[in-house]
Ligand binder design. Structure first.
Ligand SMILES: NC(=O)c1ccc[n+]([C@@H]2O[C@H](COP(=O)([O-])OP(=O)(O)OC[C@H]3O[C@@H](n4cnc5c(N)ncnc54)[C@H](OP(=O)(O)O)[C@@H]3O)[C@@H](O)[C@H]2O)c1
Length: 310
C-alpha cells in the first residue's frame, strides 16, 4: 500500500510517500514515519484523514491499533494521511510526578527552615500545633497523589506535551509556596481548637473518600488502560459524575477551615473552578457516549460536581 503523508497545508512531509504491506497498522505507519524522520517518534504524531476544503467536519483521527485498510475507503492500494507534529511529549506519570513533587518539597521548607529571617523576621518563631498538623496533612495529600499516579490511575493517553510540565509545575509550585508562606508565618494566628478539629476531620474523611473514588475509576479499565470511558458507579458516583473532584474540593475546604488563610482560599477557588470546567466536559462526554440509542446504555441522572448547585 502506498501512503502519502502530508501536512495540514498539503505539503508532502515524507518525500515520495511510504510503501507498507497491505496488512500494516497505523502503528506500523507511525514507526515508518519515525524511521524516516528521527525527530517524530510515534507519540509526537497525530495522523488524521484529509477533510474536504471548507468542510466544518472534525477530521477522523487514526487509531494506532487499527489496520490502515480500515481507513482506505475501498481503494486499498492508496491512502493519504494528514500529519501534525504534537511537539515533544512526556508520559502522564512524569507530568504528574513533577507537578506533585514540588508542593511535597516546597511546603516543608517553610515549616522547618528559618526562611522568614530572609523576610526580616529575626525573633524566635513559635510553632502552633495547627501548623504542624497542616504540614503533615499537606505532605500526606501530595504523597498520596504521587502513589496514586504510579499505582492507581489507568490513563488512556500515554503522553502529554512537554510544555504542560512547565505550565502545571508553575501552578502547583507557586501555590504551594504562597500557601506555605502564610500558614507557617511567625505572625500567623491559629483558629480555635474546635474549628481546627472540624477542618482536619472533614479533610481527612474527604481524602480517604477521594482515594476510594480513584479505586472505582481504576476498576473501569483493564491494567493496560484499555476500556475507554465507562459509566462510573458506586459510592458517591451514584449521585455525582465527578465524585473524585467533589471530594478533592471538600478536602481543600477542610484544610482551609483548619488553617484559615486568604492564600489557601484563593487556591480553593481557582482549583474548584478548574475542576468544575473539566467536570462539565466529562459529564457532557459521558451523556453523549451513553445516549440510550442503538443499544447503548443511557447515562443516569446525576449532579455534575457540587450537589445541590451543579
Ligand atoms: N487541586 C487541583 O487543582 C486538582 C485539579 C485536578 C485534579 N486534581 C486531583 O487529581 C486527581 C486526578 O486528576 P485527573 O483530572 O487526572 O482525574 P480524572 O481524569 O477524572 O480521573 C483519573 C483517572 O480515571 C480515569 N477516568 C476518569 N473517568 C473515567 C471513566 N468514565 N471511565 C474510565 N476511566 C475514567 C482517567 O482516564 P483518562 O486518562 O482517560 O483521563 C484517569 O486515568 C483528581 O481526582 C483530583 O483528586 C486536583
Amino acid at each position: 500500500m502506498k501512503v502519502t503523508v502530508v501536512s495540514r497545508s498539503g505539503r508532502e512531509v515524507i518525500k515520495g510517500g511510504l510503501d507498507l504491506p497491505d496488512s500494516a497498522t497505523v502503528s506500523d505507519l507511525q514507526e515508518a514515519i519515525h524511521k524516516r524522520t528521527k525527530k517524530f517518534y510515534p507519540s509526537r504524531q497525530r495522523l488524521t484523514l484529509p477533510v474536504a476544503p471548507g468542510s466544518k467536519e472534525k477530521p477522523v483521527v487514526l487509531h494506532y491499533k487499527k489496520s490502515l485498510k480500515e481507513y482506505t475507503d475501498g481503494n486499498s492500494t492508496q491512502l493519504t494521511v494528514v500529519f501534525k507534529d504534537l511537539g515533544p511529549q512526556v508520559s502522564y506519570r512524569t507530568l504528574f510526578f513533577f507537578e506533585y513533587l514540588g508542593p511535597l518539597l516546597i511546603y516543608p521548607l517553610f515549616y522547618y527552615l528559618p526562611v522568614y529571617q530572609f523576610f526580616g523576621y529575626k525573633g524566635e518563631r513559635v510553632v502552633h500545633p495547627v501548623q504542624t498538623y497542616a504540614m503533615y496533612y499537606w505532605c500526606f495529600h501530595y504523597f498520596k497523589r504521587i502513589l496514586e499516579t504510579f499505582f492507581v490511575h489507568r490513563f488512556s493517553h500515554a503522553t502529554s506535551p512537554l510544555s504542560n510540565v512547565f505550565r502545571n509545575c508553575f501552578y502547583y509550585w507557586t501555590f504551594a509556596a504562597y500557601i506555605a508562606y502564610y500558614v507557617n508565618h511567625p505572625l500567623y494566628t491559629p483558629v480555635s481548637d474546635l474549628q481546627m478539629k472540624i477542618g482536619f476531620g472533614l479533610g481527612i474523611v474527604c481524602q480517604l473518600a477521594n482515594f476510594y473514588t480513584h479505586i472505582l475509576l481504576k476498576n473501569l479499565r483493564d491494567p493496560s488502560g484499555n476500556g475507554g470511558y465507562q459509566i462510573p458507579r458506586g459510592f458517591l458516583f451514584n449521585i455525582v459524575t465527578c465524585a473524585n473532584y467533589t471530594t478533592e474540593i471538600y478536602q481543600w475546604l477542610g484544610f482551609n477551615i483548619a488553617t484559615q488563610t486568604v492564600a489557601g482560599y484563593i487556591f480553593l477557588v481557582v482549583a474548584a473552578s478548574i475542576m468544575t470546567n473539566w467536570a462539565l466536559a466529562k459529564h457532557r462526554r459521558l451523556k453523549k457516549l451513553f445516549d440510550g440509542k442503538d443499544g447503548r446504555a443511557k447515562y443516569p441522572r446525576r449532579w455534575v460536581i457540587l450537589p445541590p448547585f451543579l
